[in-house]
Design a protein around this ligand. Structure first.
Ligand code: ADP
Length: 269
């Protein structure tokens, strides 16, 4: 008759079973991740190859060269370069060695410029900036913060395909500044909320998504490397509000008040 496993043996068997399951899951994740990366690289390469052939034929037959084809090739090369930059950022953040080039940075001026740039990408959204009149300067990496804010605002635009207002607000307390990006878009399902800041969040989300799911992971990495926090509140069909904070050491300017700037196609003076 077989001897019954002792409690210690049963525990070891259970640990082994768990570990095997974890390894299998890690393997499945790696495979899905590879297929996402391959897909993201293949797309632009196929387009570049197609247009290069068109140009080659035109040159061979002495035809006029299509500038549109050249522009498309350049756009796709930019897309690949962006992808490589994102992958490199993920690598640095995961390894804990994202380096910041800190210098005095005015978050109000920065937000104004990012909002203006993003407004030029859409005709159907109106971007509003609610910010204090006075500057808010901190010892931050302005380029990295611009990247973070661009990610949040481009998501707000991308995930509110029907258009509408996207509101960026900046509030300051003694110790920190808070930046909010609010949209009235599709929102996030409660079961997807724990995963949106995960790298390659497309691996986990049930929602139909475009992109690789790296933007929010990188944004969180930038904010946290500055010593700040980031979180999201969202309701499906109602919209989302992403907020991040940054620590600040400067004293509050006594004349700092709130004002609203509306930048957009339907902006009124
Ligand atoms: P990507 O947009 O490339 O998929 P992100 O890391 O920027 O990657 O976002 C991760 C996921 O979080 C998105 O795929 C989307 O499902 C969700 N998400 C991000 N921002 C928003 C938003 N403003 N509204 C609704 N869903 C969002």
């Amino acid at each position: 008759m077989r001897k019954r496993a002792s409690p210690a043996e049963a525990e070891i068997a259970e640990q082994l079973r768990k570990r095997t399951e974890e390894l299998a899951e890690a393997n499945r994740r790696r495979e899905r991740l590879m297929s996402i990366v391959i897909h993201e690289i293949k797309g632009p390469l196929t387009i570049i190859n197609g247009y290069a052939q068109i140009l080659q034929r035109a040159i061979t037959h002495g035809e006029v060269i299509d500038i549109g084809a050249l522009n498309t090739i350049r756009d796709q090369v930019k897309r690949l370069a962006r992808l490589m930059e994102n992958l490199s950022d993920v690598n640095m953040i995961e390894g804990g060695h994202l380096e910041l080039e800190k210098a005095p940075c005015d978050i109000v001026k920065l937000a104004r410029s990012v909002v203006q740039d993003q407004q030029s990408t859409t005709q159907v959204h109106r971007l509003k900036l609610h910010a204090p009149k006075a500057s808010i300067v901190g010892d931050w990496d302005c380029d990295r913060l611009a990247q973070a804010l661009n990610n949040l605002i481009s998501n707000a635009i991308k995930y509110s395909p029907q258009g509408g207002d996207v509101e960026v607000s900046i509030h300051r307390t003694n110790k920190e500044v808070a930046v909010e990006v609010l949209d009235h878009g599709i929102g996030i399902a409660p079961e997807d909320m724990p995963y949106v800041f995960e790298p390659f969040s497309r691996l986990y989300l049930k929602a139909e998504v475009r992109g690789m799911g790296l933007g929010l992971f990188i944004t969180r990495g930038i904010v946290e490397t500055h010593g700040g926090r980031i979180w999201v509140e969202s309701k499906p069909g109602v919209g989302s509000k992403f907020t991040f904070t940054l620590p600040i050491e400067e004293p509050i300017h006594p004349s700092a008040g709130n004002s609203s700037i509306v930048i957009g196609p339907r902006a009124t003076p």
